[in-house]
Design a protein around this ligand. Structure first.
Ligand code: AGP
Length: 607
């Protein structure tokens, strides 16, 4: 998975391409490169490492004015991260250059065929077949050559192509990987997402699968892979360019955690009227929801943990069974879905390959898809029957933080809505809804404890292992706490239902293996207390997360973080900023970059 960008227009410099690339670095950063046209010459610079390394390579060339350029930041799939495998790739004549995000599944067969025709390959990548294919088909018309080339490609891709004979033209194509175009009077741009475009415009076009685009300084043209002309349908995005900056925080992750209160407000806005949940998007499916016995949910990673909270909530408040599957498993199972089934797909990015394939499988069974996502125009939104947008704004840090909180809030709303439809779950829900509306304020308070959490992170950062435990609503929080810690600090962390400890994991505990206990004073606290005592008697240090009134924990834990008292259903939400901040500060204290954890990328658009 990679980030691609292309710019054409007036007064552009190489540094504009680099700045755009920096906005996309969250998509992968093991190598980076640019290709730009200047004085009818194609200049290519690429290197292993982050965009910063590429910048150093470019040196004085950063200031060069250019007509057109493309750039790439890579998350390697085919071929190790090195200078040769870095994009852009080019053809034999060195006139055509291509950047690509995705995977060309039939590249071996194409490469052999092209080699037989005399083409010389330099890299181990699947991408390199693309410029050579375009070279084969080029006959003076770049758009047509790219169109013919993409018809030969199998797999998923978003590409941007330049040719020295067309110094102000970029051709893009999309199948299965995101591609967005933007246009201002002076600049036309194309990129893997809107973030790099915001500097130039808020008017963007989300390309559809099977579309090609030709951008020139003065025009923009979209055609289908069959060559027919398609309508340009610009939409206005409300994200400001500043939204995508760090606003003074050391890292995007920290900034994004601190944005959580305002995210909650965004999700809730217009969604609650007189204690009733307003989700107009769901109206066509209300009858199906009322009749549902089971709702299937598919998601990956953090989104899966949000889905688990939804399961606990809906099963505790309605007769509906919620069946949550990790998308990468579900997509290869017998789905057991029918035309009256509802499938909820939870995905921050809306581009996660396994979740999209799960949705496609469900659709083949006739099921209706409700998407919960943050990204307007993402593939998931186009393939779903109903979309509940999170409106959390762009999330740049690879670790999901504010998007998780927004997912939780949206899934609470969805569960309450279904509860209201199914059994008019008003008395209980009105109390919960009232609390939900006060959550932003409570979050602000929790975030004030960040200094204390940094102290704890300093104390615990040297441990090599962590066990997160929870029961009931605390269990998904334990899973998410462990995921957050391991993905950004590289400390081994595992999440367990506390009741499972005795079935194996407790064997690992000891003075070198601390336990992070999610232990609010809820209906399962007495059970949780016993589990904490069991851990202590194995000499494990206990770091407990509980609520203010639960002073009993003081006798059990070595260290405690308190959150506001609440209904037990809402603790997964209230405790989230604490587990996120703990992971963030441990990573920061260890001198790691939490925004760009090794081996990870923001959206997993390949299997
Ligand atoms: C969590 O911090 C990760 N970014 C990852 O687990 C993520 O939640 C997962 O890849 C799913 O992504 P999605 O929500 O965009 O589908």
């Amino acid at each position: 998975m990679c980030g691609i960008v292309g710019l054409t227009g007036e007064q552009l410099k190489v540094t504009d391409l680099i700045e755009a690339l920096e906005r996309l670095e969250y998509r992968g950063y093991d190598s980076a490169g640019v290709a730009y046209l200047k004085d009818s010459k194609l200049n290519i610079t690429k290197s292993r490492g982050k965009v910063e390394v590429l910048k150093n390579h470019l040196g004085e060339n950063l200031d060069q004015t250019i007509q057109t350029g493309i750039a790439h930041t890579r998350w390697a799939t085919h071929g190790e991260p090195n200078d040769v495998n870095a994009h852009p790739h080019f053809d034999c004549s060195c006139k055509i250059s291509v950047v690509h995000n995705g995977i060309i599944e039939n590249y071996r067969a194409l490469k052999i065929r092209l080699q037989e025709l005399g083409h010389k390959f330099l890299s181990q990548t699947d991408t390199e077949v693309i410029p050579h294919l375009i070279e084969e088909y080029y006959n003076g018309d770049l758009l047509e050559a790219v169109r013919k080339a993409v018809l030969k490609l199998e797999g998923s891709y978003a590409i941007a192509v330049v040719h020295v004979d067309h110094p102000d033209i970029i051709v893009g194509a999309r199948k299965g990987s995101p591609l967005v175009a933007g246009m201002s009077d002076s600049v036309k741009a194309i990129a893997s997402d809107v973030t790099p475009l915001l500097k130039f415009t808020k008017e963007v076009i989300f390309l559809q699968d099977g579309e090609l685009i030709e951008l020139s300084a003065n025009a923009l043209k979209i055609v289908g892979f069959d060559g027919t002309t398609h309508k340009c349908q610009p939409v206005t995005v409300n994200w400001s360019y500043e939204d995508a900056q760090k606003s003074g925080f050391k890292h995007f992750m920290l900034k994004e955690i601190f944005e959580e209160p305002s995210c909650i407000v965004s999700v809730l806005t217009g969604r609650i009227k007189n204690d009733r949940i307003v989700l107009e998007e769901l109206e066509p499916f209300e009858k199906m929801l009322i009749d549902s016995k089971t709702i299937k949910v598919v998601a990956c990673g953090t989104s899966y943990h949000a889905a688990l909270v939804f399961k606990y909530l809906l099963e505790n408040t309605t007769p509906i069974t919620v069946d949550v599957d990790v998308s990468s498993e579900f997509r290869y199972k017998r789905p057991h879905l029918k035309p009256d089934s509802i499938v909820v797909a939870v995905s921050q990015s809306g581009e996660t390959a396994d979740t999209l394939e799960s949705v496609r499988l469900a659709k083949r069974c006739g099921a209706k898809i409700v998407a919960v996502t943050n990204v307007v125009g993402s593939t998931l939104t186009r393939e779903s029957d109903c979309v509940l947008y999170l409106n959390a704004g762009p999330e740049i840090g690879v670790a999901a933080t504010k998007s998780y909180v927004a997912q939780l809030v949206m899934l609470y709303l969805l569960a309450f809505k279904i509860g209201q439809l199914v059994n008019d779950f008003v008395p209980q829900s009105s109390q919960l809804i009232d609390k939900l509306m006060r959550i932003p304020e409570i979050f602000e308070n929790s975030l004030k404890s960040s200094d204390k959490i940094r102290e704890l992170a300093t104390k615990y950062k040297e441990y090599k292992h962590f066990m997160y435990i929870g029961r009931g609503y605390g269990y998904p929080t334990a899973l998410e706490g462990a995921l957050k810690l391991k993905e950004i600090s590289y400390i081994h962390a595992t999440g367990y239902p506390a009741g499972e400890l005795k079935h194996g994991p407790i064997a690992m505990l000891g003075p070198e293996f601390p336990v992070f206990a999610i232990a609010p004073n809820d209906s399962l606290f007495s059970k949780m207390k016993s589990n904490i005592i069991e851990c202590r008697s194995r000499n494990a240090k206990i770091l407990a997360l509980t609520n203010h009134d639960n002073q009993e924990v003081t006798e059990l834990a070595d260290d405690i973080v308190f959150v506001n008292n609440s209904e037990e259903e809402l603790y997964p939400l209230l405790m989230t900023p604490i587990i996120q901040l703990f992971a963030y500060f441990v990573a920061d204290e260890l001198g790691l970059d939490p925004d760009k954890p090794r081996n990870l990328a923001k959206s997993v658009t390949v299997e």
